[in-house]
Design a protein around this ligand. Structure first.
Ligand SMILES: CC(C)(COP(=O)(O)OP(=O)(O)OC[C@H]1O[C@@H](n2cnc3c(N)ncnc32)[C@H](O)[C@@H]1OP(=O)(O)O)[C@@H](O)C(=O)NCCC(=O)NCCS
Length: 184
């Protein structure tokens, strides 16, 4: 498990708010309830069970990050390395509390995970995004630009074929391949 790393928020420039000190760490089971509550407060994210969040916080801790400010969880990324694709970091969910948005935190969390030893073999990022989630498209396009990598997408989980409840089609987005020296 990674040790807690406290870093100052990006200095406030034009249009940015100061975030105070943010602590980035791999999660533990004790973070499960707060992760569940943060996801619930971040529509349009799907809520998973607390049990699923606990598995993310334990089995997948090396590819997830929890960011706290004064003890409160303000940022969360869940991810994993798919068993069939050891060079891929699949980003499952990204959540930033309203109070911490606009500070570059989402992008920094993903780059923080990429910088870990657990991602030493990662050369691509994959995620899924619905067509209407503008913030998410902006986040991953900005990430691709920073990594100087190509970004592409194609429909993957289809509204009419895979979702029984009218959920929008999820596009599989791929960033990469990128070189290790393009990483943080
Ligand atoms: C999407 C979300 C994670 C962004 O968090 P954030 O910390 O404010 O994002 P960042 O400050 O790192 O911004 C990253 C990029 O996205 C852009 N962006 C962020 N929010 C945006 C929005 N609402 N609309 C358009 N662009 C947005 C930023 O301008 C930045 O672009 P740049 O790289 O060109 O500078 C946050 O708004 C959130 O939790 N939303 C609800 C849940 C969600 O939709 N999650 C994404 C699913 S993966």
């Amino acid at each position: 498990m990674e040790s807690l790393q406290t870093v100052p928020a990006r200095s406030p420039e034009a249009g940015e708010r100061s975030g105070g000190d943010l602590g980035f760490s791999a999660p533990g089971a004790e973070d499960g309830p707060a992760v569940h509550a943060l996801i619930a407060a971040c529509p349009p994210l799907d809520q998973n069970s607390v049990y699923a969040n606990l598995l993310q916080c334990t089995h997948f801790a090396d590819t997830c990050v929890a960011v706290k400010r004064e003890g409160r969880l303000v940022g969360w990324v869940s991810g994993y390395i798919p068993p069939q694709e050891p060079d891929v970091l699949f980003v499952w969910q990204v959540a930033v509390a309203e109070e911490a948005r606009g500070l570059g935190l989402a992008k920094r969390m993903i780059r923080h995970i990429l910088d870990r030893a657990s991602c030493a073999g990662v050369a691509r990022i994959k995620t899924t995004i619905t067509p209407d989630n503008g913030a998410s498209w902006a986040l991953f396009k900005g990430l691709a630009k920073g990594l100087e990598a190509d970004i592409s997408d194609a429909p993957w989980f289809l509204k009419d074929k895979h979702f029984p409840n009218g959920h929008e089609t999820e596009h599989l987005v791929t960033i990469g391949p990128f070189a290790a020296d393009r990483r943080p």
